[in-house]
Write a protein that binds this ligand. Structure first.
Ligand code: ADP
Ligand code: MG
Length: 609
């Protein structure tokens, strides 16, 4: 093998591996024994040495305290995100704050503390060494990874000495590995069932260009669940309590269960053997029994496929190609269920645990050779927007928009002589800021003092290929401008993403009413404030009848603001508008003339124009 300069790396929860393109064909990097998969496992020794891969996995049995798995689950997370993980990881995890106030997670292991990025870097370094030390790489991540998880992965690559050319979604890489781009156009579903995670993505291909239409998944669904199901049966029959703190026994049982599971992929029945001084046990499992055990998990994965199709507004029959990814997709029952659901035979020619790395290698080759003219497009997993008056999120980029994506919305100032505008950026599907995730904030200053609603501020959101968000704002009359790149201090868990999406569907109607109410109340208050001021300057020039009409309309409007009646409030606002119309006409020129004066920097809200 010639040493490749650039590789594609599948940094998996359970296994990692690299691939590269040689003579126009992608191939995985294998060791002298022909093994490509590197267990994503690290062990630390008292003498300071560190083992990565199968050597570390072997050590897990006898020395679980010095061994760590599933680091991928910790990437880009905060302690608050990790409630579920903490129970499964036998190491103390702490959170430290850096000088810049950014939260950093650290795993305590063998008397030292490591960040998840550093631990992943150890795995990447091992994979990199096996590939002959390339300097550039494309690294894949689950489609569900959010900004901070992608950033953490990128950082891990850097720590491992790699120039990370791009972060690519795993399902997109899988479709590339099968060369599906060559079919020109069509719809592709990618079903990826790995060790601990499940992903389903729907891709559209047109004129050889991929676009991810939707993604869905579950970060707690995979082969580990099937191992656990077998373990539970064995443990109950053996009289072993699985809540035991005997880490060695648990690890032994887990290994025995996994071996049985893998045997059942190619045989109708398999024996699970436990041969420990303390415990001896033998049990035959049939494939049918195993299928009953895993059925609820597979049902759940099919539900996720259904959701992904719904997001893409497609039926199973509209899917042209189905690709199977992940070691667990070797299970015959999984293949059968996927084939049934989509009504077609899935692609299975490539090894399902190598296909992502192969696709990453193809992508790496495209990026470095410039030979092929192909774009890879992915989607924004959650809507992005800014806070407007009253805690309402105005969505600038919608969920499932294809990246790169850029969108501009226009806002204005809500107060007279407002010289700055504060932009609070949120991620989420709900209408109100309190139900969305705060991503960051920045201030656009230098706006010349003008009457309320005169400034025109264009706010542009740009999400690049890697899913990073940049927000820029420009006031059109003065040219004042500011830009910020959002690097969230932490990420959303996929479960939260799911929850946010479900919440938003369930609460859509209530949200909408609440949002309209907030908007209308804001409008009413602003209108009244302006009228009050206008009356002070020009009230004398109105007729007594006109003034009386305004007084009545004001009383009615004030009353309507106090009750939760959307139609009533809208009506009062319209009546108020009609009553104040003569005043508005009178004042048009007046306002323009007395426009300039001192600033009112306290009022910073953005107002939708
Ligand atoms: P990752 O989650 O890192 O993407 P993989 O895609 O490599 O992991 O999948 C690993 C999972 O696949 C493990 O749970 C492993 O037990 C399972 N697996 C591998 N080979 C088989 C097989 N022949 N039959 C059933 N499960 C398998
Ligand atoms: Mg995988």
């Amino acid at each position: 093998m010639t040493n490749p300069a650039v590789v594609g790396i599948d940094l998996g929860t359970t296994f990692s591996l690299a691939a590269f393109v040689e003579n126009g064909r992608p191939k995985v990097v294998r060791d002298n024994n022909g093994v490509a998969l590197v267990p994503s496992c690290i062990s630390f020794h008292d003498d300071g040495s560190v083992l990565v891969g199968s050597a570390a996995k072997a050590r897990a049995l006898s020395d679980p305290e010095h061994t760590i798995f599933s680091v991928k689950r910790l990437m880009g997370r905060t302690l608050a995100d990790l409630e579920r993980e903490l129970k499964l990881i036998p190491h103390q995890i702490v959170e430290r704050e850096t000088d810049t106030g950014r939260k950093v997670l650290r795993v305590k292991i063998a008397g030292h503390e490591y960040t998840p990025e550093e631990l992943s870097a150890l795995i990447l370094r091992e994979v990199r060494t096996r590939a002959g030390n390339p300097t550039k790489a494309v690294i894949t991540v689950p489609a569900y990874f959010d900004d901070s998880q992608r950033q953490a992965t990128r950082d891990a690559g850097r720590i491992a000495g790699l120039d990370v050319l791009r972060i690519v979604n795993e399902p997109t890489a899988a479709a590339l590995a099968y060369g599906l781009d060559k079919r020109g156009s069509g719809t592709i579903a990618v079903y990826d069932l790995g060790g601990g995670t499940f992903d389903c993505s729907v891709l559209a291909l047109s004129e050889g260009v991929f676009k991810v239409l939707s993604t869905n998944g579950d970060t707690y669904l995979g082969g580990d669940d099937f191992d656990r199901a077998l373990m539970q049966v064995a443990a109950s029959e053996m009289g072993v309590d699985l809540t035991t703190r005997d880490a060695e026994l648990l690890q032994y049982l887990r290994d025995a269960a996994e071996r049985t599971k893998i045997a059942l992929t190619s045989a109708e029945s398999a024996e699970m053997r436990v041969e420990l001084p303390s415990h001896a046990f033998t049990r035959v499992f049939t494939r049918a029994e195993f299928e009953t055990l895993i059925k609820p998990h597979i049902d759940r994965s099919i539900d996720r496929c259904r959701s992904a199709l719904r997001d893409a507004a497609l039926t199973p029959a509209q899917v042209d190609e189905v690709v199977l990814v992940g070691g667990s997709s070797r299970i015959p029952y999984v293949r059968k269920r996927v084939a049934e659901f989509f009504g077609r035979t899935p692609h299975t020619d490539l090894n399902p645990d190598e296909v992502v790395a192969l696709g990453a290698a193809v992508q790496a080759d495209i990026l470095t050779s410039g030979r092929r003219d192909m774009l890879l497009l992915d989607v924004v997993p959650l809507s992005l927007g800014i806070e407007t008056l009253g805690g309402v999120v105005d969505k600038v980029i919608h969920r499932n928009s294809t990246v790169p994506v850029r969108h501009t919305s226009r806002y204005t100032t809500g107060a007279d002589k407002q010289t700055a505008i504060l932009l609070n950026i949120y991620q989420g599907e709900r209408e109100l800021t309190k139900d969305c995730r705060f991503l960051g904030t920045f201030k656009l200053g230098g706006i010349p003092p003008m009457p309320a609603q005169f400034a025109q501020v264009d706010v542009t959101f740009l999400v690049n290929q890697d899913g990073m968000l940049t927000v820029s704002a420009k006031e059109l009359r003065s040219g004042a401008a500011a830009t910020v790149t959002i690097q969230p201090a932490h990420g959303l868990t996929p479960a939260e993403v799911d929850q946010l999406v479900t919440d938003s569907i369930q609460n859509a109607e209530a949200d909408f009413t609440e949002r309209r109410m907030v908007e209308l109340r804001n409008k009413a208050a602003t209108d009244m404030r302006h009228t009050e001021k206008a009356l002070a300057t020009a009230g004398e020039r109105l007729t007594p009848e006109q003034r009386a009409k305004i007084a009545t309309a004001t009383t009615d409007l004030r009353a309507a603001i106090g009750v939760s009646d959307l139609a009533g409030l809208q009506h009062a606002i319209d009546a108020f508008g009609a009553a104040t119309n003569p005043l508005a006409h009178l004042l048009m020129n007046e306002v323009l003339k007395q426009a300039l004066g001192g600033a009112d920097p306290e009022k910073l809200d953005a107002t939708k124009l």
